[in-house]
Design a protein around this ligand. Sequence first.
Ligand SMILES: Nc1ncnc2c1ncn2[C@@H]1O[C@H](COP(=O)(O)OP(=O)(O)OP(=O)(O)O)[C@@H](O)[C@H]1O
Length: 364
Amino acid sequence: MSPANGNPAAIAIRNVSKRFGSFTAVDNVDISVPQGAFLVLVGPSGCGKSTLLRMLAGLETPSEGEMAFMGRIVSDGTRGLVADAGARDAGLVFQSYALWPHMTVAGNIEWPLKVAKWSKADRAARVDEVLGLLGIAALKERYPAEISGGQQQRVAIARTIGPKPNILLFDEPLSNLDAKLRIEMRSELMRIHRATGATSVYVTHDQVEAMTMASHVAVLNNGKVEQFGAPLELLENPRTTFVATFLGTPPANLIEVNKSGDGLVYDGLRLADASRAEAQDGVQLLYRAHDLMVGDVEGRPTISARFEEAAPIAGRTMVTAFSNGQRLTAMADGYFRAAIGDQISLSFVNGPSAVFAMSGERIS
Ligand SMILES: Nc1ncnc2c1ncn2[C@@H]1O[C@H](COP(=O)(O)OP(=O)(O)OP(=O)(O)O)[C@@H](O)[C@H]1O
């Protein structure tokens, strides 16, 4: 449906909450994305992402708030209104493929087109088109039991995009695939998203998936949106410690420090200027892994830590070590090895990239 005037958001979620009894699974979520956006809902298990997606799909009714696609209300909690799946113009891909076992690949893809009353000729042309788009034309006459898990997932995606929905909804669609296939399918999905021109919403607990695929990311925690924005904006400008430590690879370090004189001090070591903490006495400093280097660096604060593990990444090494019971992630140039339990030096080569109150809110 075309917008009446201006450019309404392809998807607008307005103050939506969902309660199950006295439990609030989705808490006053308010986000909008433009047409063609790839919105990723990311967060730990139980944070409410699937419930939010199920409301977008029309499988759950909001307890409060409303959802609009292209300016048209599709769910309204106050009135208990939920437009059915057909009227929403949205297609859903689950993590389980749920193909119809008694139908061939072509039959599976054709079925929703039959339901939507496409002509026979149009159906045949569209089935061939999406088979080509997903690179599975050779599997056309096979049955689901005769193809691999990765191929089944492609068929499920082909079946969903067949009727050309304006909105594509994905619920952890890659979680059943092995690591290599998952990376391949990530780029495939992006290609399909662009080729269809649809607006996509994608649920995952995998922050790497979120950062690689998204045009917009909503980080959810306990049913609330902790932060919403472009992936790099969230990485460079996290508003809370939750966002700062949930996003980013390798994981970031949060170091608790206290004010002492004009400095912020960790274990007797001055790490930053006290002015960074404003009026607070104790704060948390954020250091990305590359801000903490293995070894002594002249003129930089250095601590001793107990070596735990080393993982080579692109010619460098990600090192995990413990200091005062705290897990730290640092980088070493080239390949680095030590015996578990060895004491190693870690240097803070850069200042903290952010300062947070003990409550988790950003200060500076
Ligand atoms: N039908 C239901 N009745 C009661 N509680 C529910 C229902 N559906 C979900 N919940 C609860 O709501 C919360 C959010 O669930 P949801 O499935 O949306 O989380 P999620 O972020 O998708 O988690 P996961 O990554 O584990 O799938 C959970 O605590 C869950 O137990």
